[in-house]
Design a protein around this ligand. Sequence first.
Ligand code: HEC
Ligand code: HEC
Length: 390
Amino acid sequence: MNVGLKRILRAGLVCLLLSLLPASGQTGGQQKPLMSEDVFKNIQVLKGIPVNQFMETMGFFSAALGYNCTNCHGTEVLGNWEKYANDTSVKQTARRMVLVVNTINQSLFAGREAVTCYTCHRGSPTPKVVPSLLEQYSEPPADDPNEVEISPRAPATPTADDTLNRYIQALGGAQRLAGLTSFVGKGSYDGFDSYHGKVALEVYAKNTGQRTVIVHTQNGDNVTVYDGRNAWIMGPDKPVSVLQLVPGGDMDGVKLDADLAFPNGLKQILTELRAGFPTTTINDREVQVVQAMAGGSRVKLFFDKQTGLLTRVVRYSKTIVGPVPTQIDYSDYREVAGVKMPFQWRLTWTDGQSMFSLDDLQPNVAIDPAKFAKPVAAEAPVVAPAKVAQ
Ligand code: HEC
Ligand code: HEC
């Protein structure tokens, strides 16, 4: 099966599963988040984690082994999502492996996340035993800029503060940024959930921390809302309920996206800011890297050395088996109300890639508060898994 198809399949299944969650526990603002064992039937080792993190863990397993969902769960899950609860021998092995990893980290690395599935598997179901002479004597593969880490040999300047100040300057300066209080963007989206066709995109944002993104896919609206305190995701064909994200965990990314829309406050919002990375490049352009914590998640921000603008953000969602990376690449900066804003961003994660493009961006417009309210699922019948997974 080709990689693209694998991804679509995997992503389709993830969306579908989230759509089938029961509505209980998700009404109202501050209820106890739904945990994996509240929703799924046969959870033995991944208990006590929020549903969204559970699905990210499945994405982590898939990425670590170069597998898709059916490699562990069998092809019968394609027609029937309930079959995910059935045990297969590969699934049993994976469960044992979670214990192996926990044991190694607990007993040999003082509980530090030193070893994960990826450490041994590196995208393959069969970890290698013999060193490869071909690898040893070939050109090394290109460096992955995301893997750059702080080094004592890197220059001490610019500091993280310098780089963020320069970024604010490059965008138009703090004063002009302060003049931007809201915006509404319209454009197009293309990703696995639009079958890689272009569909309509809407973005609403306010400097009070709210941000809503609506993608009108062929199967219904895919909505992400951050209201300044709570975050929800609602995917296509999810008539049953809307998933509320958990603060300090899977909500961090959605909150960070909202904060990045109005960067004046970034230095207050990001904590543990650090610089000291060796120079690295993205698309042959040198970038300056800053690391920070956004809530409980580590993030790396990559700024173009020449323009000072933000070109990439990589954030790491915590799961109990290891960090799952999400990468956003910003491009096509244009000036709106004296402020430079990215009109394009590409989202890359373990389950696929999506492109967001704006054609029109209206600054300082009044936005109906309902746009930042908990999304309301459409009244539509649940689509059979096979239909989504095609
Ligand atoms: C490397 C093997 C592996 C891969 C790949 C994998 N899973 Fe799983 N999955 C498991 C294991 C192991 C469990 C049981 C976890 C436990 O016992 O705590 C599980 C449990 C589940 C459950 C809970 C079922 C229930 O009701 O108990 C769902 C849903 C699920 N997986 C979905 C997926 C999806 C969707 C994908 C693809 C994105 C996927 N899995 C990929 C190993 C895998
Ligand atoms: C310390 C190294 C190591 C780590 C860490 C590790 N594995 Fe493995 N894994 C192995 C080895 C070795 C095999 C056996 C491969 C073989 O039989 O050739 C294996 C096999 C598997 C298989 C069976 C593959 C198949 O299709 O038969 C699964 C599934 C698996 N691992 C999942 C995981 C998961 C999930 C994690 C993280 C929770 C993980 N592994 C972490 C070393 C590791």
